[in-house]
Design a protein around this ligand. Structure first.
Ligand code: SF4
Length: 368
């Protein structure tokens, strides 16, 4: 729970307008747009002032930016655009190529969705994205946030792409005390009350920029904020208390053994993960199932009979719902060893073409 307002007169945010009875002006969207005109961030996926961005570029950047930082996304965005400059080009790519180019960005379901969506746009819409939120929402892999982002930024539709930045700004402006994730519906409703009458794309991006550069999670720079005179949390003196978040459940640790079979010619035994589920369709070194507790009888899961040797140390990786600890067992086998069903040998020069997730890249460091 946030510290209660030092202003005794601030009412709980359960009131319809959510602004209590502090005498504050309503946030004026034009003030934010004026601020944006002076302080907008220059980003590779952002159109020049006064122009509209292409749907494909908005789509590509927004899918990449989900749960990833701008700094991480920049090189991936440039590489994808250079390799697949249009949605039709991306649709024509093989899924494995897209997954491989995505490696390192994490949350691979996004890469599969990106590809599935590009195919749907190419096949069912002649390579042109729908220009309404509803039309965009009907595409595979496009949720409410991405639909609203493309609709507002590429098509100037009245839409609110409410991301974490929007949520933080709105929660503070209105001092919403309901905790996330339950508060999401209320924050969205309040966000829609802020929308201007025009310049919807700029407004969407202005909210993202305000949240990223001024109304930051820690130490928001309220003195620089165009809405400081309208913000209940700022008036209360406790903006960092918002948004209120429900306590997180502890993240469990799963363990497993990865079997690193290295042939005499340097090739490594790999397989593809099932299309659905965690790291779906990606390449991996075979392993035991990843379960809580110590792996029972790991040898029973070895892909082939070989002189397996357990190596020192573990490979760690943190996924959204669990932490993983893999012990690596390595075996060196003869050059003519055949690959068991569902597996293949891949030489080092072939690694680039494989879609190895970060955790498997760490396992492969144990080859030598
Ligand atoms: S005044 Fe401060 S807390 Fe309120 S929206 Fe602006 S930066 Fe955020």
């Amino acid at each position: 729970m946030p510290a209660r307002a030092s202003l005794a007169s601030v009412s709980p945010p359960t009131k319809p307008a959510g602004r209590g009875d502090v005498a504050l002006a309503a946030p004026d969207p034009r003030a934010l747009l004026r601020w944006y005109d002076r302080h907008r961030r220059e980003l590779p996926w952002r159109a020049a002032p006064g122009t509209r961005q292409d749907s494909y570029r908005v789509f590509l950047s927004e899918i990449m930016l989900q749960q990833t930082t701008v700094v991480t996304v920049r090189p991936y965005y440039a590489a994808f655009l250079a390799r697949w400059p249009t949605v039709a080009a991306l649709a024509a790519a093989k899924l494995e190529e897209v997954l491989s180019a995505w490696a390192g960005l994490g949350y691979y379901a996004r890469a599969r969705n990106l590809h599935a969506c590009a195919r749907a746009v190419a096949d069912a819409h002649g390579g042109v994205f729908p220009d309404t939120e509803a039309g965009l929402l009907a595409l595979p892999g496009i949720g409410p946030y991405t639909a609203a982002a493309i609709a507002s930024i590429a098509h100037e539709r009245r839409a609110a792409p409410v991301d974490g930045n929007w949520e933080r700004v709105v929660a503070r402006l209105f001092a919403v005390e309901e905790a996330l994730p339950k508060a999401r519906k209320r924050l969205r409703a309040l966000a829609e009350t802020l929308l201007p009458d025009a310049r919807f794309g700029d407004f969407a991006q202005a909210m993202m920029d305000l949240g990223a550069t001024v109304c930051t999670p820690r130490k928001p720079a309220c003195i620089l904020c165009p809405w400081r005179g309208s913000c209940v949390a700022q008036a209360q003196g406790n903006p960092e208390a918002y948004p209120v978040k429900a306590a997180k459940a502890a993240r469990p640790t799963r363990r497993g053994v990865a079997f690193l079979a290295v042939r005499a010619d340097g090739a490594v035994l790999v397989r593809s993960r099932p299309e659905k589920g965690l790291l779906g369709g990606m390449s991996e070194v075979p392993s035991t199932p990843w379960l809580e507790g110590e792996p029972a009888d790991p040898a029973a899961h070895a892909p082939l009979a070989a002189p397996w040797q357990a190596l020192n140390g573990t490979v760690g990786h943190v996924f959204s719902h669990f932490a993983l600890e893999l012990t690596v067992w390595r075996a060196r086998v003869a050059a003519g060893t055949p690959a068991p069903a569902g597996h293949r040998w891949v030489k080092r020069e072939g690694f680039e073409a494989e879609a190895f997730p970060s955790v498997m890249v760490k396992v492969l460091e144990y080859i030598d």
